[in-house]
Design a protein around this ligand. Structure first.
Ligand SMILES: [Zn+2]
Length: 322
């Protein structure tokens, strides 16, 4: 593998991109605020401008392709964004084809959490395994499943929505229409909501709840209780995942990792209690912190052209035969 690929992280408020070599070295990283309120054409124009700028500096012939992590459901094979709460104007839009036409380069769209999981597999905490699951603990909970070194996507590309697995039957209503989803108990938003219910304060950031928990007073006891709920809920999810997949590695990332010491003991004891598979494989099944932080999505998106291009050629050859 020679040359470089471009990874793009299309966040809720900004666009970050990096030119990354086949061995994982970042040649250049750019970031800018994109005016998402101006709609689809403005976002596409911003992406095209950023890609052209990187390509001009690092070479057109050397570019293997472009991968874009998008926060939403992606119909991978067709390159269509099916659902994106933060970017509704992209829904049902054939974004990949639109970008390929403008850029004359190969483009892949991927769910942002899937891209982050792939990044951890390529360069991060999962580099020594081909099978892992990443949970991103943010305002919601995202999930990415890497099986045999590739993203496990399901038949349309929408697998890995792990934040909406039920951990409390008849629990808190969730925006997805279900109840008791793990992201209602273990996301940053959930921590803030539980802190409000326990009258610790309005709109506290997860970090503030963490600070209160260290205080040693009655407020600290309430905050510790929140981290117990968070940890147990994650533990139930992880037990389910371990029983389902029997993978060697489960990674957690996101802004709540600094509170690891508060929630992880509850998480691990719950996994131990609830998963026979985990108890049987405890010395080789690891539940650990991801290592790439915000960069995981950029790496994973840039990795897509390297691993998907041969398969895409195979797919299109098969389509022609049909
Ligand atoms: Zn849900």
């Amino acid at each position: 593998m020679t040359g470089y690929a471009i990874g793009v992280d299309l966040g809720g408020t900004n666009l970050r991109a990096a030119a990354i070599t086949a061995s994982g070295t970042i040649l250049e990283k750019i970031s800018g605020t994109t005016n998402f309120s101006e709609g689809r054409d403005a976002v596409i124009a911003d992406i095209v401008a950023a890609m052209c700028a990187l390509r001009e500096r690092h070479g057109t012939a050397e570019l293997a392709g472009i991968g874009i992590g998008v926060p939403g459901f992606i119909q991978f094979k067709e390159g269509i964004v099916r659902n994106a709460n933060n970017l509704p104007f992209l829904e049902n839009f054939a974004m990949r084809d639109a970008l390929e036409q403008r850029l004359k380069s190969v483009v892949y769209l991927e769910n942002d959490a899937n891209a982050a999981a792939l990044g951890e597999k390529w360069i991060g905490a999962g580099r020594d395994t081909d099978d892992l699951i990443l949970l991103t603990l943010g305002t919601g909970i995202g999930g990415g499943i890497i099986s045999g070194g590739r993203v496990l996507r399901g038949y349309l590309g929408m697998a890995g929505e792990l934040g909406h697995i039920t951990v409390v039957p008849n629990g808190s209503p969730c925006g997805c229409g279900s109840q008791g989803c793990v992201e209602k108990y273990s996301s940053a938003t959930a921590l803030s909501a539980m802190a409000r219910l326990l009258q610790l304060g309005h709109d506290l950031a997860a970090k503030e709840v963490f600070e209160i928990a260290k205080g040693g007073d009655s407020r600290a006891a309430k905050a510790l209780e929140i981290f117990r709920v968070m940890g147990e809920s994650l533990g139930i999810l992880l037990a389910t995942l371990i029983n389902t997949f029997n993978f060697p590695l489960y990674l957690l990332s996101g802004g709540m990792l600094p509170a690891w010491e508060l929630f992880a003991p509850h998480m691990l004891s719950t996994v131990t209690k609830r998963s026979y598979t985990y108890r049987t494989t405890e010395t080789t099944t690891r539940i650990a912190q991801a290592t790439l932080g915000n960069e995981a999505g950029l790496y994973g998106a840039a990795y897509l052209p390297w691993i998907e291009a041969p398969l895409r050629q195979k797919d299109s050859a098969a389509d022609q035969v049909r």
